[in-house]
Design a protein around this ligand. Structure first.
Ligand SMILES: [Zn+2]
Length: 350
């Protein structure tokens, strides 16, 4: 296991964070100038157009034998991974640190920073034809699904990273912490068999989790490995392409996901470095030490001591109103319940 130092990761993030990108609503117009900036140090290509004719880009760098494919924002309203990709690109192209040079000489990275630009434009999970791209891996009814599959077939990566965001409702089982980062090594079949490929995917996750436990102890969850027959990761894994799912989640008081962005960046760079430095990816058992991701959090809870009156819980609904992203509080539960977990709690006197 080759772990990067937290101090080094901190210094990379401070220096190379892409300041042009901030917050939750990231659209094609936000990333286009940043992509063009990278044209001088990387190979930038348009690999197709979305249903509404927005360009989809890939960015390639590195000269090594190990091939790594990374894509983000296949769900248009899940942008943390996109921010992380550009923090990573700045680091890979600017830093002369030995670990970065090691990555660039051992690996070739192909990065698709926004697979669903139409969904990103209007802040929806689905594409403009209401297709959930992460449930379209078999049928491939959407142009965007075919573009991703074509990238997979032509690049033939050794490892892939599929970057998503999860809602604030997710916590880490057995703790009182939100799931700031969650992982999954997807199953290839309904029996959730531990295939050689899946074990390799787990091995990368173990390395990322070991790093994260130093900075967000108990803040990492593991997704259910129930087989989803139409999901992207499950199908890519089944085709023999090891695919790590990363879900960016909530960090206390961080609804813009800028702290989560930092830890996501730490995890992704650690995962890539681990791939670069190792040739044996067979150790996996500590993957199952990562606690389950559970739905156990509310955004806001109003409650009374000793359950004297009903406890009322609220969840933010994210909406675009007058061209702004608004967090709109919706009541979702009212009952007698002891100490529900919430990101914001108000306890009334009686
Ligand atoms: Zn998603």
């Amino acid at each position: 296991m080759s772990l990067l130092s937290v101090d080094l990761l901190d210094s990379f993030f401070k220096k190379e964070k892409e300041t042009a990108l901030f917050g939750r609503w990231i659209r094609l117009a936000d990333i286009t100038p940043v992509i063009l900036k990278h044209e001088k140090n990387t190979s930038v290509k348009q690999i197709g157009f979305s249903e509404q004719q927005r360009p989809i880009y890939s960015i390639q760098l590195g000269t090594g034998k190990k091939k790594i494919l990374i894509w983000s924002q296949m769900h248009g309203n899940e942008s943390t991974g996109t921010k992380v990709i550009f923090d990573l690109l700045n680091t890979l192209t600017q830093s002369e640190a030995p670990c970065i040079q090691q990555i660039l000489t051992t690996c070739t990275l192909q990065i698709i920073p926004m697979l669903n630009p139409d969904g990103a434009e209007v802040y929806t999970r689905v594409n403009s034809k209401k297709v959930d791209l992460n449930r379209d891996a078999v049928e491939r009814s959407a142009i965007e699904s075919r573009i991703l599959r074509n990238a997979l077939d032509t690049f033939q990566p050794d490892f892939s990273f599929n970057l998503h965001d999860q809602r604030t409702i997710f916590g880490v089982e057995g703790t009182t912490k939100p799931a700031t980062i969650s992982f999954l090594a997807p199953s290839e079949d309904v029996d959730r068999a531990l295939t050689a490929g899946r074990i390799q995917t787990m091995n990368i996750i173990v390395a990322m989790n070991n790093l994260l436990q130093q900075v967000i102890p108990n803040g990492v969850g593991r997704y259910t490995d129930e087989f989803y027959p139409t999901a992207t990761g499950d199908n890519f894994q089944k085709l023999g392409y090891n695919t790590v799912l990363i879900e960016a989640g909530h960090y206390p008081n961080d609804y813009e996901r800028e702290m989560t962005r930092k830890y996501h960046f730490f995890a992704l760079l650690q995962g890539i470095y681990h791939i670069a430095m190792n040739d044996d990816y067979t150790s996996y058992k500590r993957y199952f030490d990562i606690p389950n991701n559970v739905k156990n959090f509310y955004d806001v809870v109003h409650r009374y001591p000793n359950q004297t009156k009903n406890c009322v819980a609220y969840q933010y609904e994210e909406k675009i109103i007058k061209n702004k992203l608004v967090f709109d509080l919706q009541k979702v539960m009212e009952k007698q319940i002891e100490n529900p977990l919430s990101h914001n709690e108000i306890v009334f006197d009686s």
